[in-house]
Design a protein around this ligand. Sequence first.
Ligand code: TYD
Ligand code: MG
Length: 458
Amino acid sequence: MAKDKTLYTCSACGGSTPRWLGRCPQCGEWNTLIESVPSAAGAGKHRFSAMAGLAPSSTVAVLADIEAADVARTPTGQEELDRVLGGGIVAGAVVLIGGDPGIGKSTLLLQALDGLQRGGYSTLYVTGEESGAQVALRSQRLGLAQSQVQVLAETQLETILATVEKLQPAVLVMDSIQTVYTEQLTSAPGSVAQVRECAAHLTRMAKARGVTVVLVGHVTKEGALAGPRVLEHMVDTVLYFEGDTHSSYRLVRAIKNRFGAVNEIGVFAMTEKGLRGVSNPSAIFLSQHAEPVPGSCVLVTLEGTRPLLVEVQALVDTGGPSPRRLSVGLERDRLAMLLAVLHRHAGVACMDQDVFVNAVGGVRISEPAADLAVLLAIQSSLRGRALPRGFIAFGEVGLAGEVRPAPRGQERLREAAKLGFSVALVPKANMPKKPIEGLTLWPIERIDEAIARVRELD
Ligand code: TYD
Ligand code: MG
């Protein structure tokens, strides 16, 4: 049988050509032609007709008449993982999990699969990166004696799908999606076309058979999932591993979840026996200073449902003609904006200074409630004066210099008090009605007020 010809489709206009060109002849865009599989002519059925598994009923119904059955979730035995998944895995759902190399993706999934297998679910771990022996070695290291998880070292999609057909597992892990390839395309594994096509096949299989599929994805240097962006739209849940590979703590964050809340995080500690859940993580992102040091400010951030105390560090130092602004764990654009606010509304200038900001422990903070702590850390470093002992601050800083309240302020304050913090600089609107024991509160409304307030101390 003659091999099906491949087709190059433009990702901008959808036009196609039989061979690769640098520029799409239809719309004139550059570098948009991607290899794809032509639909089998005369086959009668569209190649995506199996997608019908997504929506078995093709009749129109009124929303009120459709039974909204809540989905059944199966806990994996890894409590912190279940928390980010929204209670456990769901049959037919596709989960994509990304993260830096060596951060613990394979370890966590092997632990979760073993838990499910011991709970009586049939599991299949497909590895395209390691041999079966390497996986066995890891499972020994994890102390998973006599693990019954089925392992397949394979990268060809057709073989994987045939194996799933034969074994009928309840959960399939594909480690990683960048190593699989389908015979239908000639491009190399890991290319945009291969990743998209293989993920589409696996998603279809998951929906049609009710298998939970977990795809492991590589990340690019910038920290985004490698491969087509469409991957994130295709799947039901996207999880990201965060954390510093040099520290032992790891965070798993839900970026998208059709079956649960987003921004929920699971916290793990990497031990020599694999990842262990940390059920009370609020104090792990604080570095231990014997005495308060300049350039450090602790904030209470709310990640998902749990408050976390995170130390923000800033270093302001004389810069060259074009001073640098660098941030780790915080947005750099936001830092530039905050420096402008600090200058215009509080009269603190860092124009000729390099400014470095870091969130301790490799945690990434995306909420604007970190603004106030960032600015206080910067001004503390600039002046070489430490903030008081047991000090916390949070609040969003606006372009007009106002400090806006953070959501669920009381919860944050209570957590700080519980951990022994004694002074809190907070937006006025976050002031609790009743005083919080052990915590002195300094309400402020504007950034200049906040700066003046901490300067009064020295
Ligand atoms: P791994 O799960 O292979 O990472 P990924 O699949 O995300 O690339 O994690 C490997 C790292 O974890 C490696 O650097 C060693 C460390 N590790 C432990 O510290 N303890 C353990 O029990 C295991 C299995 C790994
Ligand atoms: Mg791995």
